[in-house]
Design a protein around this ligand. Sequence first.
Ligand SMILES: C[S@@+](CC[C@H](N)C(=O)[O-])C[C@H]1O[C@@H](n2cnc3c(N)ncnc32)[C@H](O)[C@@H]1O
Length: 214
Amino acid sequence: MIIKEINSRYSELAESDCCLSCGGAINYAEPGTGEVCVDLGSGRGTDVLRMAETVGETGFVYGIDISDGMLEKARRNAEKFGITNVSFVQSELEKLALPDKVADLVISNCTLNHASDKQAVWNEIHRILKKGGRFVISDIYATTAIADEYRNDPVAVAECWAGSVTRAEYMQHLERAGFATVEIIEESAPYAKGNAEVASFTIAGKKDSCGCGN
Ligand SMILES: C[S@@+](CC[C@H](N)C(=O)[O-])C[C@H]1O[C@@H](n2cnc3c(N)ncnc32)[C@H](O)[C@@H]1O
């Protein structure tokens, strides 16, 4: 139900110009030449195309999204700009259609809050990162737990607020996935969204070079 609603809402938004981000992950990500990068919830593909230019011909960027409309728009944008070192993959965040240890860098902007099983998503991020690989993620969290009536409402989740968890829960998912230290790069003051109070932050971390955890 939730995925169906997300597909429908974001397919409708694919052709609009409205800003769908909640932070500046891309501005802190610093992809390097030759690196393999992944954008979770790549939307219209803007951040994927930016990273593709930076990693160059020897690098590659995957955009992951579930929405038919967003994937179509992103693929058209890549074609329009003649960018070929990218692939837009239809996949749920909880079960990424990517191999183990493929990525040097995982980014995401305002997407993880939609996932029903956030622990599974963080486990997947850990799985696809190479040893020593890093993530930079912008997302929202709820200042107090979202009431069940909204948390399970597909429309409210797709609207980018009802799926959010508290900051403490968020950090617990990261730790359980194997990310021992997390840097908070930017964090907003709380603000109202839907029927909740949320805040946005951009966080960064690394998979141990021993590849342990999880
Ligand atoms: C708020 S938009 C952000 C898009 C883009 N990152 C940006 O900043 O413009 C969230 C995106 O995540 C995708 N998405 C949401 N939930 C998802 C899920 N469970 N699995 C895969 N993609 C998902 C949506 O289709 C949408 O394109």
